[in-house]
Design a binder for this molecule. Sequence first.
Ligand SMILES: Cc1cc2nc3c(=O)[nH]c(=O)nc-3n(C[C@H](O)[C@H](O)[C@H](O)COP(=O)(O)O)c2cc1C
Length: 403
Amino acid sequence: MRAVLGVGGGIAAYKAAELVRALQQRGHDVQVVMTRAAQEFIQPLTFAALTGRKVVTSLWAAPDSQDILSSAVEHIAVAQENDVLIVAPATADLLAKFAQGLADDFLTTLYLAFTGRVVLAPAMNTAMWEHPATQSNLDVLRGRGCSIVDPDEGWLACGTIGAGRLPDPVRIADRVDSLERRKRDFEGETLLITAGPTQESLDPVRYISNRSSGKMGYALAEAAARRGARVVLISGPVNLPPPANVERISVRTAQEMRAAVLEQLQDASIVIKAAAVADYYLANAPQQKLKKTAARLSLELDPTPDILAEVGQRKGDRLLIGFAAETENLLEEARRKMKAKKCDMLVANLVNRDGLGFESDRNEVDIISHSGHVVHAGPAEKETIAERILDQVATLRLSLHAT
Ligand SMILES: Cc1cc2nc3c(=O)[nH]c(=O)nc-3n(C[C@H](O)[C@H](O)[C@H](O)COP(=O)(O)O)c2cc1C
């Protein structure tokens, strides 16, 4: 892929050199653009030597070719020549300018002229990262379809520990790879995807829930929409903005999720149930808040509706993909569940490992098809795992159509 790497004026600018290497090792052709501030941190010469190409350092650089007109509109040429724009480090300033659509230097003007995929890898001091202004700029950019590689936590150059470190170049390169599939192989399909946890009330202020963040289901929804599908995302309560070009229906309880799924099932050709639906709920939860007393409290819980099994019964010729989060006997449990729920494919993951699965940006899964074939994916970013799952769904669809 042809990638243009925009380097912002942050202390992590030197790590962009490692990113150039990581991208090149994966076969990408890299062109570097530096902001004025970035040049305070690292010399353009470093990138010129690594890429063997002229580094663009200004909107106003004197044209060095005879063809004055083509040089004068270099930002348009660079925008048209490249498949992906990566910005690393994406400073707070750049995020604000991109969100507002300002175009006062080469990189910001390039961003506006760019019609391909955009990957932003922010890096900054923790307070700057957590500032509502930065977070709301990120929401705007996510809503526009930019792919944000969240910063790592750890020691920062300012001497503090917290979120804000430039993500590892391998993680950024992984993200770029996951976007490489520019194919629109889900065009004409309607995907119904569920995501996130459900909340089951115990009283008006308390509920039972689980640690699902919804990130896996959201990554699937985003990837499917990018690959041309119409996507309906039925989401439990999560802290994630709606992905670009996806119809999101928000629900809270397992009952609400069931009703929404059954209502939307009609139009769906593929159903992916990535939500972590609560297994039990308190029927007739009290209308008033439970009072604390010295006595032990026992609650009798009823099973929630088994939405996956119900969809399995009514699935017709739709493809049904389930998820199984287990803490032991992963493959055995997954195969049992796949058969019992009439799934065509099951994505199984162990959720009791640090840094993977629930509440994490990364995951490692086994994708089991109805023939028993197992494909292992990860550990990798959930965006990458989402692409692998969709690849397997596309293969399964082909094999079913062929038989
Ligand atoms: C030593 C130093 C380190 C800095 N590190 C960062 C940083 O890591 N992230 C950030 O967003 N801004 C950082 N800044 C502030 C930016 O350099 C400043 O906002 C600049 O205008 C950003 O320019 P840009 O839009 O070209 O990225 C730093 C400034 C200094 C002086």
